[in-house]
Write a protein that binds this ligand. Structure first.
Ligand SMILES: [Ca+2]
Length: 417
């Protein structure tokens, strides 16, 4: 095991050092390899960047030192062929609630046994990246059985948008009762891409929701437009009204539900277990996937600034990565692993994971573990790379393991051996 590990390290260092890119060579020289602590390893990314001309705004903003979990970990496939899961969250009673993109939800035991299928949701537009997306429990769920979900809603004229609805799970846990839409991220658009939409409640009972810019040029430009609901993170009440204190309540023509703007395709959202701050993962263009620390009223730059380029290789806008008044990502990836659902690890079962940020990667086909100290990323690890799965979402279970769902329809548990 150890021999294999050192061989992997040596290979990684060789690939890094043999690259023609100066930035990478410098990092490799400064790296002290320590295989007993699992820290200070070479950066996990060894492929050349798409945009070598773009430099990070600060040290450690990309290609940070690698880390490796030293606690023995085991991985188990709990369920297969469950459908097209998009989100997994904890349910009371040591169970999981899993959404299915095609328009229903399922309840699973911690062992991966299907306990119930919940139907009766409003129709979803499941074309492309759309469908029944994220779900969140009402903070008083134990008493009221109310849930909130995000989905793509289609009109008769074929236009669609991201909508957020609420409803109650029936006593037999087979249907959704009294579903109704509390918020629509208007305008309606003709696109089947970049809906968002991740949901998260804060401790005060306000709901945050990410909405993408629909991947068409007109929508992209609206990410900077406060009168449009595209490319935004919203903060709303349980009734879908603007949260009190929202940053643009008094700005003429601005949507009062907006919390932050300038987002592209944000599919991960969670609160840091210690600081309570809101962290987001966002799919950027080619070479510009981001992790952001979300603050009220801030502009996260899309499409004005980005570390990525068009899929054709063409620069975006003026080809700039920084601008006064626009937030820098805490971390970015180039090439793009396409970050999806994410969760902080708040447990103690794997002590070295405490307060780390775990992110499911789609194109990258792994789970990333980011060590975060003082709001900076200080280490990165790739987990479950050998499974060849697109990891759509993940959550920390009550047993201190990570539970993930994949596009191939699996539920996977990764926890202490
Ligand atoms: Ca950004």
């Amino acid at each position: 095991m150890k021999t294999l590990f050192i061989t992997t390290l040596a290979l990684g260092a060789f690939i890094t050092m043999s690259s023609s890119n100066c930035r990478e060579n410098k990092q490799a020289e400064n790296t002290t390899i320590n295989d007993t602590t699992g820290k200070n390893l070479p950066p996990v990314e060894t492929n050349p960047p798409n945009t070598p001309a773009y430099k990070p705004a600060f040290a450690g903003q990309t290609r940070i030192n690698g880390v490796k979990t030293t606690t023995p970990i085991e991985t188990k496939v709990l369920a297969e062929s469950i459908g097209k899961p998009w989100a997994i969250i904890n349910l009371p009673g040591n169970r999981f609630l899993v959404t299915d993109k095609t328009g229903f939800m399922q309840i699973f035991s911690a062992e991966g046994k299907l306990l119930s299928k919940i139907t009766g949701f409003p129709d979803v537009d499941a074309r492309g990246q759309g469908g029944l997306l994220d779900v969140a429990l009402d903070p008083d769920f134990a008493n009221n059985k109310v849930i909130y979900w995000a989905y793509s809603e289609k009109r008769d004229d074929d236009l669609n948008l991201t909508a957020i609805a609420r409803g109650r799970i029936s006593g037999d846990e087979k249907t959704i009762e009294n579903p109704f839409v509390i918020f629509r991220a208007e305008p309606y658009f003709k696109s089947t891409l970049h809906y968002g939409c991740r949901l998260a409640f804060d401790k005060s009972g306000y709901l945050y929701a990410t909405v993408g810019e629909r991947s068409v040029m007109e929508g992209r430009m609206q990410a900077q437009d406060l009168s449009s609901g595209l490319g935004k993170i919203f903060k709303i009440t349980k009734e879908g009204k603007p949260a009190p204190g929202n940053p643009f309540l008094n700005t003429p023509n601005a949507k009062p539900e907006i919390y932050s703007y300038g987002h592209r395709s944000p599919q991960g959202l969670d609160f840091h277990p210690v600081t309570g701050e809101l962290w987001e993962t966002e799919m950027g263009p080619k070479g510009g996937d981001e992790v952001n620390l979300i603050k009220p009223g801030k502009d996260y730059g899309w499409p004005t600034i980005t570390y990525g380029v068009e899929y054709s290789g063409k620069t975006i806008g003026q080809g700039i990565t920084q601008k006064e008044g626009m937030e820098q990502p805490v971390y970015y990836w180039d090439p793009s692993p396409s970050p999806s659902g994410s969760a902080f690890y708040a447990g103690n079962t794997v002590p070295e994971w405490k307060n780390n940020f775990f992110i499911g990667m789609l194109g990258g086909q792994h789970i990333v573990r980011l060590v975060i100290e003082n709001n900076k990323v200080t280490g990165e690890e790739r987990l479950l790379q050998d499974m060849n799965e697109r990891f759509r979402d993940l959550t920390e279970g009550p047993d201190g393991a990570i539970y993930a769902v994949t596009d191939s329809g699996k539920i996977i548990r990764m926890g202490k051996k």
